[in-house]
Design a binder for this molecule. Structure first.
Ligand SMILES: [Zn+2]
Length: 186
């Protein structure tokens, strides 16, 4: 097992699903790298580059992560989770499918399709959603102006912030702030 392979196993890296398989020596189960059902220790795992290779050595597919079923929904959920984590961390930057899919080592149009299939939303919707969630936290602090809140979460102008926020939340940032402070009054 190489250092990169161990890193993929240790980080439960879904980007390696389908390309790398994690054999558990003690239980003779073989997992996807993304599987979180079994504890991994470098002394107890062996890397395979194909499922057939693992099976030829007596390993059986893990019933939690089903490496023998590539179309299984679990893998897609891992991919969605990874995309969401990336977007959470980069929400202040301009949305870029190229950067996102590059970071996840996955085809962009496949990612778009899977994200929509699993969540019912587009990646851009999620990006705007995270920005608005972060903006809402800022708007509940009276010390931050509305334009500063929009700027801090990544909107390039106040009008764009207001437009997107209204579309996502059904009210403008100032209406949101007003409603929040009204809700605090006894
Ligand atoms: Zn597994």
């Amino acid at each position: 097992m190489t250092k990169a392979e161990w890193q993929a196993f240790q980080n439960h890296d879904a980007a390696y699903d389908g390309r790398l398989f994690c054999g558990m020596i003690s239980s003779k189960a073989v997992c996807r790298p993304s599987c979180t059902a079994r504890m991994r220790h470098p002394d107890n795992v062996v890397a395979f580059s194909s499922l057939a290779e693992a099976e030829s050595q007596g390993f059986t597919p893990c019933r939690h992560c089903r490496p023998d079923q590539p179309q299984w929904q679990g893998e897609k959920k891992e991919l969605v989770r990874a995309a969401q984590a990336y977007i959470d961390a980069h929400s202040a930057e301009k949305f870029s499918l190229k950067a996102l899919s590059g970071a996840l080592y996955i085809n962009g149009s496949y990612l778009l399709r899977v994200f929509r299939e699993v969540t019912g939303h587009t990646l851009l919707w999620y990006h705007n959603h995270i920005r608005c969630e972060k903006a809402k936290r800022l708007l509940t602090q009276n010390t931050v102006s509305i334009s500063a809140a929009g700027e801090q979460v990544g909107f390039c102008s106040s009008s764009h912030f207001t437009h997107v926020f209204h579309k996502m939340e059904g009210k403008t940032p100032s209406e949101f702030r007003k409603a929040y402070y009204q809700s605090l009054e006894p």
